[in-house]
Design a protein. Structure first.
Length: 205
């Protein structure tokens, strides 16, 4: 059965030998929403090539507060997952499906072989690290230099929706804050007529 890799940037240029290797070794999976794919500290034994849905990557402090690192989307491969699998080291973050997801799993040995076999795939892996390093640098810059109300408003605008169905707890997890602080900041933004708070949703003005 042909692989569904059309959302991956390397799909059209992948060598025939590499494509045949993927077709032989990749295992199709489907995982429901809100499942933990791996925990921070785990050693990953396989790598996910995500073809549908989204996965949240986050770090957690003593099992309480957490902060989102990035969101894995269709056509992407996770660098935390990849680094842990290839080097047989502990994952620096946890991963959770935030929607129903589909994709393919490749065991760590197959990932190493594919990287050696395909310069196209290897270039894709390096490009992922460049992109994610830029994302993490921006995250660190935001946390260090931007006030929480500015970060929160920017975060809301990135959703591209006027009414966002989300809890204060979920926002706190994404921004590395607490629910109490997020609720207080949202009320301040409401007073400034930047948002309107509804039960279970936030209207961005």
């Amino acid at each position: 059965m042909p692989l569904n890799l059309q959302n991956f940037p390397f799909e059209s240029s992948l060598e025939k030998e590499a494509l045949s290797f993927l077709e032989k070794h990749a295992k199709a999976i489907a995982i429901p929403k809100n499942n933990i794919l791996f925990y921070q500290g785990d050693v990953c034994e396989s790598v996910l090539l995500l073809t549908k849905g989204e996965v949240r990557l986050y770090i957690q402090d003593k099992g309480v507060e957490s902060i989102d690192l990035y969101t894995l989307k269709s056509g992407e491969q996770c660098i935390v997952n990849t680094a842990s699998s290839i080097s047989n080291t502990n994952a620096i973050a946890s991963a959770q499906s935030i929607s129903d997801i589909e994709g393919y799993l490749l065991d760590s040995q197959s990932i190493k072989q594919l990287s050696a076999l395909s310069p196209v795939y290897q270039s894709y892996i390096f490009s992922l690290y460049t992109i994610r390093m830029a994302d993490l640098a921006m995250l660190i810059n935001d946390i260090k230099f931007k006030k929480l109300d500015v970060r929160l408003l920017e975060w809301l605008h990135k959703h591209g929706e006027k009414n966002i169905k989300i809890t204060h707890e979920e926002i706190a997890n994404s921004l590395g804050s607490s629910r109490v602080v997020i609720s207080r900041t949202l009320k301040e933004l409401e007073k400034k007529t930047k948002v309107i708070l509804h039960r279970g949703s936030i209207e961005v003005l």
